[in-house]
Design a protein around this ligand. Structure first.
Ligand code: PBG
Length: 316
């Protein structure tokens, strides 16, 4: 076996998995204001950005050849009804318009969820102490339509309500956006690895947790059912999230379904690697590329990653 490992040209010739910046999507956090570039403590190198700063980041993403960006919004104020999520002049809607105007050609995905917009931090409408599924679908559908109207190329629901893909598809079609694809966070687990994100997006639930709607980390077959249902409801791309602790599910999804499979290398995965690198325990460029290669090898053709820009530079 060692004959084909003797030199880099030889290894390159027989390499089975290639990384391409076109498959990387960079998550970005947008906040109100101007000239804001607020460092996120638990995610070194990531920022809450006002729209003007966000545009700069997007210009860089485009020049590095990234597949796109995915936007998360932090609104001016939060309420019980998540009104900021579906407002036509909401933070994400304004950000999308600015990017479309100033960074043409960059693919813009929007995260469709309520947790950044509700005063209680849950992903939907609270009825009798829990998130009410069907009432929440109306907010999600309205949010997706408002994003599409602003110019979003893809909408990506991350709330884990049942039936949201069908509800969003129906609403998009009815509103005149039959060509806007849905990237569904189909198998999204109630994971501890979202911790740093909740600081970034100011979206930690004020009571309880998300286990009544996000999946139990122990369940693989159930994940396949989630994905199957989302495809039936009209999802164009399905996602497994987190990525590294769930490589088996990325592989299962790739083998079973013939739609593009995405994976989200989430905030906690990013922060663990960065922390170990900062301590000198891991070598950063290799840690970045090996982690992404593993996710790609498992079967994800699209990777949402906070390392998107860094990895693109390393590959160039
Ligand atoms: C919103 C959402 C979350 C993430 C993406 N969309 C947080 C959550 O569900 O609590 C996590 C992303 C990350 O950790 O990088 N529902």
């Amino acid at each position: 076996m060692r004959r084909l490992r003797g030199s880099e040209p030889m290894r390159r010739l027989v390499r089975e998995t290639q990384l391409d910046p076109a498959g990387f999507v960079l998550p970005l956090f947008v906040v109100p204001g101007e000239g804001v570039r607020r460092a996120i403590g638990a995610m070194p190198g990531n920022y809450q950005l006002s729209i003007d700063e966000l545009v700069k980041e997007c210009l860089e993403a485009r020049s590095l050849g990234l597949g796109g960006v995915i936007l998360f919004g932090i609104p001016e104020s939060k309420d019980e009804m998540a009104s900021g999520a579906y407002a036509d002049d909401g933070i994400v809607q304004r950000a999308v318009r600015a990017i479309k105007r100033e960074v043409p050609g960059l693919l813009v995905i929007t995260d469709v969820c309520n947790c950044e917009y509700t005063s209680h931090g849950h992903c939907g409408k609270i009825v009798a102490g829990d998130v009410d599924n069907d009432a929440t679908l109306e907010w999600l559908a309205a949010t997706a339509v408002s994003h599409a109207r602003a110019g979003a190329d893809i909408v990506a629901p991350s709330d884990m309500m049942d039936g949201r893909v069908a509800a969003i598809r129906r609403a998009l079609d009815a509103a005149g956006f039959p060509m806007t694809p849905i990237l569904s966070y189909a198998a999204k687990f109630a994971s501890v690895f979202y911790g740093p994100f909740r600081e970034a997006a100011e979206s930690a639930p004020k009571f309880g947790d998300r286990r009544s709607y996000q999946m139990d980390p122990a369940n693989a077959r159930e994940a396949m059912r989630e994905i199957e249902l989302d495809i039936e409801e009209g999802a164009d791309i399905v996602m497994v999230k987190p990525a590294m602790p769930y490589l088996d599910l990325i592989r299962m999804a790739r083998d079973r379904f013939d739609v593009p499979v995405a994976a989200y290398q989430v905030s906690g995965e990013f922060s663990m690697l960065v922390a170990a690198c900062e301590r000198g325990w891991l070598e950063r460029p290799r840690a970045v590329l090996e982690s992404l290669t593993a996710i790609r090898r498992a079967g994800a053709s699209i990777i949402l990653t906070y390392f998107a820009k860094e990895a693109a530079r390393l590959l160039s």
